[in-house]
Design a protein around this ligand. Sequence first.
Ligand code: BGC
Length: 757
Amino acid sequence: MKKFQTLIVLVFITTIQLHAQDAKMNSFIKNLISKMTLDEKIGQLNLPGSGDIVTGQASSSDIGKKIQEGKVGGLFNIKSVAKIRAVQKVAIEQSRLKIPLIFGMDVIHGYETVFPIPLGLSCSWDMQEIEKSARVAATEASADGICWTFSPMVDISRDPRWGRVSEGNGEDAYLGSQIAKAMIKGYQGDYSNNTNIMSCVKHYALYGAAEAGRDYNTTDMSRVKMFNEYLPPYKAAVDAGVGSVMASFNEVDGIPATANKFLMTDVLRTQWGFKGFVVTDYTGIPEMIEHGLGDLQNVSALALKAGVDMDMVGEGFLTTIKKSLQEGKVTQAQIDEACKLILEAKYKLGLFENPYKYCDEKRAATEIFTDANRKTARQIAADCFVLLKNQNNILPLKKSGTIALVGPLADNKENMPGTWSVAANFSKSISVLQGLQDVVGNSAKIIYAKGSNLDGDSLFEQRAGMFGKSFNRDNRDENEIIKDALNAASQADVIVAALGESAEMTGESSSRTDLGIPKVQENLLKALLKTGKPVVLVLFTGRPLTIKWESDNVPAILNVWFGGSEAGHSIADVLFGDVNPSGKLSTTWPQNVGQIPLYYNHKNTGRPLGDGQWFQKFRSNYLDVSNDPVYPFGFGLSYTNFSYSDLKLSSNSLKGNQTLTASVTLTNNGSFDGKEVVQLYIRDLVGSITRPVKELKGFQKIFLKAGESKTVSFNITTEDLKFYNSNLIYDWEAGDFVIMVGGNSRDVKSAKVNWMK
Ligand code: BGC
């Protein structure tokens, strides 16, 4: 009782303190705005790129001049604390009102210490590790002057043709929402010190639903689908207190997100209570001219009126909003509101108190790319890899004998960090070859041969080269190159083939229509399999690939995504069993491109295919391929075996706000200690709208020693049963539900429950 009273008092005091802080901020900002000219207010809404800034001459650059005139609110993607300090100095010493700038960057999966690509991170299903990765990223970025990151990207996507699946958390809204919360906590903390940076959730909204997986393409979906399946992670970010939101490039309901009042005001602010500011994506405003919404003045006015506050690169606000005000197309209140929200963000970051809060050269020298951070990256990456196949327990490998390491990704550093590693120094990342050598030392012999180029006609190599991720193309005939690999293989006990995509085959503007491993690499793989020696495929990718043939024919497959700075070490840790893999897929892997979109939480349809069936006439299926994926959502093997038994429900019939407990016995039957992601799914059997065949509603990552058993329990409440109905009302409906628990979305134990109002 006493404890409870103390808690109430504490909550009361904290609430009063927060109110006092808010009041202080409000009066500070109000006072500042009262001193600002219209041009200065509009200037705050302008976010140019880093432009032509040179450290020693910041004020004489074009951007420097604009800063002096109060025409810039912030800058992004400038690297180095010295440069940022120099630019901030121009704002503080040479602009009339000395308003500090905000400095953003795409710190997406780490800063100089790079973690696995977000799709990889999501496969750890470990929220503490994901939060930690964001914390490390924020600490390093803030040590280098950055106070704002354009992350997390939470776009749900069910289309792996879209290259940006690599930047998101997969296909599931529940998992994506948990990750959004963890990342924001890791970045922002409580803004109390200079390692906390502001987060920007993106790309609001539905960017991952681009038609045919072609980047920047049109999206269109029902509101019911939008609210139930695509919007939850953005909302979770808002609930977690995200400081800013980035508008997406695509249209929603026929209106580009950047001018979409329904999204930016009605949903984001009115329904969800978002208090921060909205920034466009890169040139999002002028792109609306191409969308067909009018000239720059018109589209800029539309964006402001919709609830967009800051214009990234487009300069539509800077050059046209004043005219629109004079012509009555926007109001003074709309300009003031946008300006206020941006100033508030700067206030929350503490920039008015100390504009150089994030410019600490000592921190920059000691807190970036540290041994400790690299160690964290190494551990986390190993937990993101997904063991897809391990026939006859080929893995883990022995640290003895001879290993042939082949493939275009085996001795390559530049591609290890993956797409969107803006701040990374590629030459410092660890290749697979180096990782293996470091881990086995002299106890095993490693013979390396490239064995093939990345691709036959060098299309992907050229595109990789655009971002400094070279492949040193071997211009010999394909068969000559393979011969080197076969020669290495002939001397080896086991073959490790590092194959797949290059980093830039996914990410922005990297959509593909063929999701296979490039042909020359597949030819290499086939030649290696013909030797009869055991082959381990170490698969690099930023998306689900169509690897049905590989899955049927290669004995062991370890999917390593792009693991970051320490990729090579982490890969070696897992290959040699120092770490037991525990990653689980956050996406479904289709058999072929024709099955896309293929996702676990689909609807049943009126003509579902019978369980375990392939073709049935007049049922929902294909003539030429089954409905099954190669690997289902949630799937991932371990070096040990986990079994599930004894699913128990605390009751089979519930009423109102009661809590249901579902428990299962998890046993580690194998000979390795290991971690297993226990997943809870629910199916709502009857609804006022059709409901998915199952939906993820909980998960726990459990460590068990070899031979150990544990009861794993989930508490389920009516919150877990809620969905948006056709009137977009969020509630649950009474009836029967199937509760499922298992190690992936396909292999589950199930039990039924009735839940009445
Ligand atoms: C991307 C964003 C990114 C921005 C700034 C855009 O092209 O879509 O994700 O944050 O550029 O670099």
